[in-house]
Design a protein around this ligand. Structure first.
Ligand code: SAM
Ligand code: CA
Length: 246
């Protein structure tokens, strides 16, 4: 017979019926790409995705389904003033820029300008570069300054965080001031390659292992934060949406 503890543990687990993630197989993921994403992917997104695929660090790029998701989310929210931390070649940035109205704005930050400039011609050709204000350098000091200045408080509709995972909680403490009530912060890679449920001794790649603890700390902190409502989605490598409520 199951002990009380076991019964309690079981009670919190999903049930067989109705729980299943859609991504039961690679084929199913491929089906999503081929049925929903690729047939509707804007030409510049495709061009940037293919260009990025040739880059040695292409593992960093957002996936095409995530690009489609961000684009849809921003349109649903009528987002106008946004921020992105972690640009790389700009795939999620372009998904954002294409979703915003013509006078929309994205404050985009990355320590590496070179990769941004690789994708920039595609963004320019798409006619959305005027929405982007790119700042080269670490994001945290910029956020500190924005918080200190005061005039940026509660001004952002949407903020996408996709950079150094060991700083996500530091970002959160600043971003929660800068996003408006009702606005959304999206933290990317919160399922961290599935490693969040790997046993402690699992053979993980060094960088996966290093950042896993930070991601797990974030995943524990967000649901306990009374200033936000959250929703963790298994899109891409996991994205946690945080809606500021106070
Ligand atoms: N959002 C991008 C996309 O859709 O292709 C992917 C971003 S990539 C996963 C992470 C980026 O964060 C890298 O380009 C890296 O240079 C940048 N980064 C790392 N540390 C940073 C920091 N402290 N401040 C700003 N950007 C940083
Ligand atoms: Ca990412």
């Amino acid at each position: 017979m199951a002990s009380n503890n076991e019964q309690q543990n079981q009670a919190g687990r999903h049930q067989e019926v109705g729980h299943k993630s859609l991504l039961q197989s690679d084929e199913l993921y491929q089906y999503i790409l081929e049925t929903s994403v690729y047939p509707t992917e804007p030409e510049p997104m495709k061009e940037l995705r293919e260009l990025t695929a040739k880059h040695p660090w292409n593992i960093m790029t957002s996936s095409a389904d995530e690009g489609q998701f961000l684009n849809m989310l921003l349109k649903l929210m009528n987002a106008k003033n946004t921020m992105e931390i972690g640009v790389y070649t700009g795939y999620s940035l372009l998904a954002t820029a294409l979703a915003l109205p013509d006078d929309g704005k994205i404050l985009a930050m990355d320590i590496n300008r070179e990769n941004y400039e690789l994708g920039l011609p595609v963004i320019q050709k798409a006619g959305v570069a005027h929405k982007i204000d790119f700042k080269e350098g670490p994001a945290l000091p910029v956020l500190d300054q924005m918080v200190a200045e005061g005039k940026y408080h509660g001004t952002f509709d949407f903020i996408f965080v996709d950079a150094d995972k060991d700083n996500y909680l530091n970002y959160h403490e600043r971003l929660i001031e800068l996003v408006k009530v009702g606005g959304v912060i999206g933290y990317d890679n919160t399922l961290w390659n599935g490693s969040v449920v790997a046993p402690p001794d699992a053979p993980l790649r060094k960088y996966v292992k290093y950042y896993r603890d930070f991601v797990m700390k974030l995943n524990k902190a967000l649901p306990a934060d009374p200033r936000i409502e959250i929703c963790m989605l298994p899109v891409g490598d996991g994205i946690t949406l945080c809606r500021r409520i106070k």
